[in-house]
Design a protein around this ligand. Structure first.
Ligand SMILES: [Mn+2]
Length: 368
């Protein structure tokens, strides 16, 4: 029996942190396209159920387009069960004003609910979940009882922890879930893929979001495909990358560069060593020590590279390299200036570097 485990789709996210309004709108629609691709995948692979481990939507009030996409998926696939744990972001949204819950949409409450899926060989897969909140977060674990004969999936939304946390609602107490007969703990909340062993029997997994939305969500994104032999209580799991675009943060060491042209060719080398699709969202972070007189013109670099990607931003985190010894013997005004700053005990080392960089630029006719 095949199941999909996804989480943190955050459909209808505003996407405006980096993007202008047109692209933000486009990305918002792309989140829905990716969701639809996952549904199509489920159809093609004959998936019996889709587990949504929380944060299907980004906020309580959800735009019509996003709601319609989800309802369409549910109505058009009556043979696929949708197990929907709401989590902390999307509570309410989908069900607002809905009178009748379709057969294939399974919801959860503030106490445990278990649903049984039977495979052709008569093996049973149970899906159990609870909406964690302020009131039930401590006692929830004790009241979870599973039949060790079944293949047991438990779905929860929250940050993994070895302890219950009295201050935060969103904690999944991993320790309290050990030796309960769980085969697969389907989690949501962490936005990148993570799998760990739970105990001698089971594992736990966060699939991450379906799409990277910002630079805190770099790397591969997708869902987990489970293929379960319930009677044999064994399974395989595969991470299926499905994101339409990728988000990268590239740290580029430009140490030793004398001019912005040197920086540009350093970036080109980095880009030619690894392949990055033109559809990517990119952040370059320039690091290292550059020649004191090297002026890194970010807007020039942006102009040069921006057409190569869907979105680009560049951060300059370089430090100036000051060859103090060379200036110590320099009889010019620059030498005198560097010596004066260096010998001033009232200025910290960090400030000295900044003052020297600005001063040298002014003395060589540049802009500070
Ligand atoms: Mn989330």
């Amino acid at each position: 029996m095949k199941l999909i485990h996804c989480a943190d789709l955050h459909l209808d996210s505003s996407m405006t942190a980096n993007l202008g309004s047109d692209k933000a709108k486009e990305r918002k629609n792309e989140l829905l396209l990716t969701f639809n691709r996952m549904i199509q995948y489920a159809k093609d692979a004959n998936v019996a159920a889709i587990l949504i481990a929380g944060d299907l939507f980004d906020k309580k009030k959800v735009a019509k387009t996003a709601l319609a996409a989800v309802w369409k998926a549910i109505y058009e696939n009556p043979g696929t069960e949708f197990f929907y744990l709401q989590g902390n972001h999307g509570v309410g949204g989908l069900l607002d004003g809905v009178e009748e819950i379709p057969e294939n949409l399974k919801l959860f409450k503030e106490t445990w609910s278990s649903y049984v899926l039977e495979d052709k060989a008569g093996g049973k897969v149970t899906v159990s979940a609870i909406e964690l909140n302020e009131k039930n977060k401590i006692d929830a674990y004790e009241s979870l009882v599973l039949n060790p004969e079944d293949f047991n999936i438990v779905m929860l939304h929250g940050q993994e922890s070895e302890h219950s946390d009295k201050d935060k609602t969103e904690v999944v107490n991993i320790r309290a879930l050990r030796n309960k007969g769980i085969d697969y703990l389907a989690l949501g909340h962490i936005h990148s893929y993570k799998e760990e062993r739970l105990d001698s029997r089971g594992i736990y997994c966060y699939p991450g979001c379906l799409e990277g939305r910002g630079f805190d969500e770099c790397g591969e994104h997708g869902f987990v495909l489970l293929d379960i032999d319930a009677a044999g209580r064994s399974f395989t799991r595969t991470f299926v990358p499905i994101a339409g675009r990728k988000v990268y943060t590239l740290e580029i060491d430009v140490t030793g560069c004398d001019t912005v042209m040197d920086v540009l060719s350093r970036i080109e080398t980095k880009l030619s060593n690894d392949r990055y699709s033109q559809s990517s969202l990119m952040k370059f972070v320039l690091t290292g020590e550059v020649n004191l007189e090297c002026e890194i013109d970010i807007s020039f670099l942006l102009k040069h590279f921006e057409d190569s990607f869907y979105f680009l931003k560049i951060y300059d985190e370089t430090k100036p390299h000051v060859d103090y010894e060379a200036y110590a013997l320099d009889i010019s005004l620059k030498g005198e200036f560097v010596r004066t700053v260096m010998n001033d005990a009232s200025i910290s080392d960090g400030e000295k570097a900044d003052i020297i960089r600005c001063g040298i630029r002014l003395l060589t006719g540049g802009e500070a």
